[in-house]
Design a protein around this ligand. Structure first.
Ligand SMILES: NC(=O)c1ccc[n+]([C@@H]2O[C@H](COP(=O)([O-])OP(=O)(O)OC[C@H]3O[C@@H](n4cnc5c(N)ncnc54)[C@H](OP(=O)(O)O)[C@@H]3O)[C@@H](O)[C@H]2O)c1
Length: 333
């Protein structure tokens, strides 16, 4: 192959209409400059947080992607040319690359790392051993400081970060409750993941339903924000902790709405803490070691929702915002 296909961001998407905002373009395969590495992508990771980069927001945790740029995202692949002393042709790596056949990256700013190929499934470097695993582990253990017996509620519980958070909390001896958008996902969480109970947020009156959580919710691992967060506040236990991981309900809305039941933070003396994975990238090797032992022991798993072909990127991406996935959404090139 001499050409490189890539997805280009042309305008800010309206809702989930990604087709009108991005186009599949073709150029020559990039030539790495001094200090850069060229990767032939094998897999691309689809991550909900990248939706914010497609907006014009300048107050987010990452600056917006300039219009006309290649869309960026995590990739796994093989180094095909290196002009960096720490990487060589043939290395299997993971980085923040591009939605493309090839990713040309500067290691220092893209988190480029060599990955252990001695795993049953290389995609685990996006899942249990990747950013979703690290985020779930960090949010529960470092941000929320979960302890055995805590009632832990997790939103978007059947998604990639959520499924891992459910199992990490369960393995820590917590009573785990989940939220998901279909009865099928709720059944999966209760039977396959073994959580206490899953609530269908589309059909249940959550503020009432949460009353069955004995003693109130000690920890809320929030992936969603929006109206669900409001139904959680009055059901938090005294001195509860909210680990704010994501706000997927608000990424495509016209700006953040914020909670109405904010007063409950004072009434219940809650701690609400946002956390962001690039802040703890330096802890990656430690987190991967912890998660690798759970993976090898069979104490944690993740289903993969895999789509084939770069041309099908947008339909795979949309699943994150319409609930079409159970587990980690990946694209195979
Ligand atoms: N802080 C960090 O460093 C960090 C790192 C990674 C991920 N995150 C966050 O974690 C969250 C999950 O991301 P992910 O990439 O792992 O995606 P994911 O959970 O695999 O997929 C997203 C899921 O969210 C649910 N969802 C979508 N819109 C919703 C809405 N309006 N209300 C309730 N649920 C909704 C959908 O399932 P249903 O069928 O249940 O609706 C969907 O499957 C995102 O908020 C993301 O930004 C944060």
């Amino acid at each position: 192959m001499t050409e490189n296909r890539f997805w280009q961001l042309n305008s800010h998407p309206n809702g989930n209409d990604f087709e009108s905002a991005l186009s599949l373009e073709t150029s020559e395969i990039p030539k790495p400059k001094d200090g850069e590495v060229l990767i032939k992508n094998d897999y691309l990771s689809l991550d909900a947080g990248t939706r914010m980069w497609m907006t014009p927001r300048t107050d987010g945790y990452q600056p917006p992607l300039p219009l006309g740029s290649m869309m960026v995202g995590l990739c796994i692949g093989k180094v095909v040319e290196s002009r960096h002393p720490d990487f060589k042709t043939g290395d299997m790596v993971r980085a923040f690359g591009q939605w493309a056949d090839y990713s040309c990256v500067e290691p220092e700013i893209t988190g480029l790392v060599q990955i252990d190929t001695n795993v049953d499934d290389i995609r685990q470097h996006f899942g249990v051993l990747g950013m979703n695993g690290w985020t779930a582990y960090w949010g529960l253990h470092e941000t929320a400081k979960v302890k055995a017996g805590d009632a832990v509620l997790i939103s978007a519980a059947a998604g990639s970060t959520g499924i891992l958070a459910c199992q990490i909390a369960r393995n820590a001896g917590c009573r785990v409750y989940g939220l998901a958008g279909s009865d099928e996902k709720c059944r999966f969480l209760e039977t396959e993941i073994g959580i206490e109970k899953a609530f269908n947020y589309k059909t249940e009156n959550l503020e009432e339903a949460f009353k069955e959580i004995e003693g109130g919710i000690n920890v809320y691992f929030d992936n969603v924000g929006g109206p669900i967060l409001d139904s959680v506040f009055p059901n938090m236990a005294l001195y509860g902790r909210i680990a704010l991981c994501g706000l997927i309900a608000e990424y495509t809305a016209d700006g953040p709405k914020g909670p109405q039941q904010f007063d409950q933070i004072l009434m219940k003396r809650l701690t609400v803490t946002g956390f962001f994975s690039p802040d703890f990238m330096d802890q990656g090797p430690r987190l991967s070691r912890e998660l690798r032992s759970s993976l090898d022991a069979g104490d944690i798993f993740i289903p993969f929702d895999e789509t084939q072909g770069l041309e099908n990127m947008l339909s795979a991406y949309k699943k994150l915002f319409t609930g079409g996935n159970i587990g980690k959404v990946v694209l195979k090139l």
